[in-house]
Design a protein around this ligand. Structure first.
Ligand code: S3P
Length: 434
């Protein structure tokens, strides 16, 4: 038996963003622990401050933060542009929240966020009665939102399964007191629904012939404070799982207190199919808003697999890692039904294809995915790019560390967007398990 290591990963990004927003909109004092302190959550925090809310800094050690909410009608017109930096979740969720608020605000972001589609939320929000003035290109930030605290009810069918679209519309329904119904082709992450239910805004979800339908039938006049401990981010844990899976040897790593929401865990199923040994120990406290537990991982002989549309929403952020694992697995690894990857912080289908090719891996780029020809145990060498995208940077940093070749990741420093301390943790783990 080789090394046995126990670690934690930083708090979940999606949950931290939502917890900040709902705490601000609540009445009373919310208590949040384990919040992620990273580029994206700090962008959302700054924007909330721009809307007149006093929010303390996010501690780096996950210790408790108290937030005194201003209520659903307490936001103030900002003096400055709200700069959401790199955060697509922050931008889209705030567009929804502001659509139902009696104020005008301009939202902008960095060069990458300015390339990302926003009509997917602006179109339904306009139907609810919000108005948008585009200050740049069609479908893109910057944009000024003119909100209205009494929106019209919405029944919307989203062509993509997206936690961001769903959350944006539910937040608009909440602040704008409008019944909101959304159908998506598959169930996307349901963190917003769970948190809304916890603070007294009932949201009902059910399967239908068209996919997954959520409804907030009676938005309340106010919501209560949130008492929540954010579990570790399974999307960050995924980098550690991949490092161990690629590293081989007799290593066993336990990642403690990771979020285990079923809409986020498909990567664990994929790893098992590929031959990695994964144990899940549920440690969900009674009454917890989100399930959580420990993950134990040991390497196994990697074999290729297929990931299709049904699984994609539940591992959307982990797909670059599936491709990276595929490069070192026996046989072919195929990802389809993942066109959404082209609309992330970079075009992740293109980024992964180009990077793997730069290392000599045979990859076929598809419109909605890719096919990777794996070669187990090979040493990969070459120079790849981060494409200004934190998850691409981290995926290839893991590959670089694990394969024993010499992979050089240009501009790898963008991991702070979601995973502060990534380099140190991966360095330490490589030493411990190597
Ligand atoms: C997120 C949802 C996903 C994911 C993103 C975070 C969220 O995007 O890729 O990193 O917090 O709701 P989509 O909902 O657009 O798929």
């Amino acid at each position: 038996m080789g090394a046995r290591v126990r670690i934690r990963v930083p708090g979940d990004k999606s949950l931290s963003q939502r917890a900040l927003i709902l705490s601000v909109l609540g009445r009373g004092t919310s208590r949040l622990k384990g919040l992620l302190c990273s580029g994206d959550t700090e962008s959302t925090l700054r924007a909330l401050r721009g809307l007149g809310v006093r929010v303390p800094n996010i501690p780096r050690d996950g210790s408790e933060v108290l937030i005194n909410g201003v209520g659903l009608e307490g936001l103030k017109t900002p003096v400055n542009v709200l700069d959401l930096g790199n955060s697509g979740t922050g931008a889209r969720l705030l567009l929804g929240m502001l659509a139902g608020s009696n104020l005008s605000a301009t939202i902008d972001g960095d060069a990458s966020l300015r390339m990302r589609p926003m009509a997917r939320v602006m179109e339904p929000l306009e139907l609810m009665g919000a108005r948008f003035k585009l200050l740049g290109e069609v479908d893109r930030l910057p944009v000024t939102v003119h909100g209205c605290s009494q929106l019209k009810p919405l029944e919307w069918s989203s062509p993509v399964a997206s936690g961001q679209i769903k959350s944006s519309l539910l937040l608009a329904g909440l602040t704008g007191s409008a019944r909101t119904v959304l159908t998506e082709p598959m169930k996307s992450r349901d963190h917003t629904e769970r948190m809304l239910n916890a603070v007294g805004a009932d949201v009902i979800g059910r399967e239908t012939d068209d996919g997954w339908r959520v409804e907030m039938p009676h938005p309340p006049d106010e919501i209560g404070p949130l008492d929540f401990t954010v579990p570790g981010d399974i999307s960050s844990a995924a980098f550690v799982l991949t490092l161990v899976a690629l590293g081989g040897g007799g290593t066993e790593v336990t990642i403690q207190s990771v979020g285990l929401n079923r809409t986020r865990t498909a990567f664990l199923d994929v790893l098992s199919r590929m031959g990695v040994h994964i144990e899940v120990h549920d440690r969900t406290p009674e009454g917890s808003i989100e399930p959580l537990g420990d993950l134990v991982v040991r390497p196994g002989g990697l074999r290729g697999t297929s990931v299709g549309a049904v699984e994609v929403p539940c591992l959307i952020d982990e797909l670059p890692l599936v491709a990276v694992l595929g490069a070192c697995a026996e046989g072919e690894t195929k990802i389809t039904g993942a066109r959404e990857l082209r609309a992330k912080e970079s075009d992740r289908i293109l980024a992964v294809t180009e990077n793997l090719r730069a290392l000599g891996v045979v990859v076929e780029e598809l419109d909605d995915g890719l096919i990777v020809q794996g070669v187990p145990g090979r040493k990969l060498s070459g120079r790849v790019s981060a494409f200004d995208d934190h998850r691409i940077a981290m995926s290839f940093s893991v590959l670089a560390r694990a394969t024993g070749g010499s992979v050089d990741v240009a501009d790898a420093g963008v991991s702070d967007v979601s995973f502060p301390g990534f380099d140190q943790l991966i360095q330490k783990l490589t030493e411990q398990v190597g």
